[in-house]
Write a protein that binds this ligand. Structure first.
Ligand code: BJ8
Length: 421
């Protein structure tokens, strides 16, 4: 990290000892997994820099924005509309965590058979290692899976900052109305917190900024359809993860610059792996930063990841929102419609997700699908059965956690699968 941020972390209440261990572990893993890749696009340098300063410069930016009266809002799910957060002149940061930190502490307050994503965000809080969580003025939880719902009750006891937004579990007309009402309640809460009233102009601006970000991510995804692939799955994953932390306008510009470079690579036939490398689509649970395990294993086992049907992936950037509405109510209705086109396994039935997987596999010319579940994630583990039956493509189901204990076994399974493609 370029500067000395110790005072800033201390003021935020970060436990410096735990935090040092986290940063050191991260730097080592990043070196091993990311910086050892060959033939990376030049444009990835920006994203390497963002990671190196994730707990430094970006936090400094957040704190400076707070001094100017902006509010920082933390979220855990892609059903929470960041457009609305931007419309109150706020900053939205994703708080899902992808590392096995603080699990001993987390297991004192959560059942052991809780998924690692939940254990991690509770563990990060209990061990005071996340400057994002500590910078937030409000944490917006949501009623998606049972584990998250109950964990937010505990998180609220620890922070007193949690607001819960109800997400329905069915796609009926009544559910749509309920979700719309929830978005209006969230609007009220955000306005009350910030003292800023959402106007048509500010909502339109928020939607425009997020639409541009989504367009850039869609563009990146479309370039992964080429063979040889101009970017590794690992690097594309990193870009998708950073989408939840970085300033959205700057991020969009950097993704578009990266895409310009990838288009040049495609014209020249430059790829990160040889033409004909087996192409894998991953589907399932989200890959919160710094969860890079599966992508890394696939790519060192002779395959390339060409897409993610995941919330760190297409479930985040699918579908833009029309910008030509004429009232705040109409804008929020458009938001509600768009967000309910996200097909999380917490919904029943959720057959649209299967269509999404088939379409993605076709668009990205994937030859096989790897289904990724975090251990104890009931919704995604259950849906694997229907997905396998219906997608008609070679299929491998991986049920794993954040530990490194199973990497040998997983690598063997990935290699065997990739050999069949
Ligand atoms: S829209 S996937 S971000 S809920 S892995 S905590 S589901 S037990 S993260 Fe998610 Fe929103 Fe759905 Fe996406 Fe529960 Fe499963 Fe754990 Fe999960």
């Amino acid at each position: 990290m370029g500067q000395d941020y110790v005072k800033m972390w201390q003021d935020l209440g970060i436990n410096l000892e735990n935090h040092d261990c986290l940063l050191k572990a991260l730097a080592d893993i990043y070196q091993q997994i990311y910086l050892s890749q060959e033939n990376r696009p030049e444009g990835m340098k920006y994203f390497d820099f963002v990671i190196s300063e994730a707990h430094g410069l970006r936090i400094k930016e957040l704190l400076e924005a707070k001094k100017q009266g902006k509010k920082v809002i933390g979220t855990f799910c892609v059903y929470v509309p960041e457009e609305m957060i931007l419309a109150i002149n706020g900053i939205c940061v994703g708080l899902c965590a992808g590392a096995q930190i603080g699990f001993d502490e987390a297991e004192k307050v959560l059942p052991k058979n809780t998924c690692d994503l939940i254990k991690a965000f509770i563990g990060f809080k209990l061990t005071q290692v996340c400057p994002y969580t500590e910078s937030c003025d409000l944490l917006v939880g949501e009623t998606t899976c049972d584990g998250k719902k109950k964990a937010y009750e505990i998180l609220d006891k620890l922070t007193r900052k949690v607001y819960i937004m109800e997400v329905p579990h069915r796609k009926t007309e009544a559910s749509k109305e309920l979700f719309l009402k929830e978005l209006f309640s969230l609007k009220n809460r955000l306005e009350e917190l910030s003292g800023v009233k959402i106007s048509v102009e500010s909502l339109r601006e928020g939607i425009k900024i997020v639409n541009e970000k989504r367009k850039a991510l869609m563009r990146l995804e479309s370039l992964r359809a080429y063979d040889p692939a101009p970017i590794s799955g690992l690097d594309a994953l990193l870009v998708n993860q950073i989408a939840f932390y970085d300033d959205p306008v700057r991020f969009t510009q950097k993704v578009n610059e990266l895409c310009d470079e990838l288009e040049e690579r495609i014209k020249k036939g430059i790829g990160v792996k040889p033409k004909g490398t087996p192409r894998i689509l991953i589907t399932g649970c989200p890959f919160a930063l710094p969860n890079w395990k599966l992508h890394h294993l696939i790519e060192v086992s002779g395959g390339i990841v060409v897409g993610e049907e995941s919330c760190i992936g297409r479930r985040y950037y699918h579908t833009l929102i029309p910008e030509n509405f004429s009232s705040v109510e109409e804008g929020i209705r458009l938001l509600a419609e768009r967000y309910l086109k996200t097909h999380c396994a917490c919904f029943t039935p959720n057959t649209e997700r299967i269509e999404d997987i088939k379409n993605m596999a076709k668009d990205l010319k994937a030859q096989g699908v790897i289904y990724y579940s975090i251990q104890f994630c009931t919704p995604y583990l259950f849906e694997a059965y229907q997905v396998e039956k219906e997608i008609n493509l070679p299929f491998l189901k991986i049920d794993t956690n954040y530990s490194m204990e199973d990497v040998g076994q997983l690598k063997t399974r990935c290699e065997a699968f990739i050999e069949t493609l």
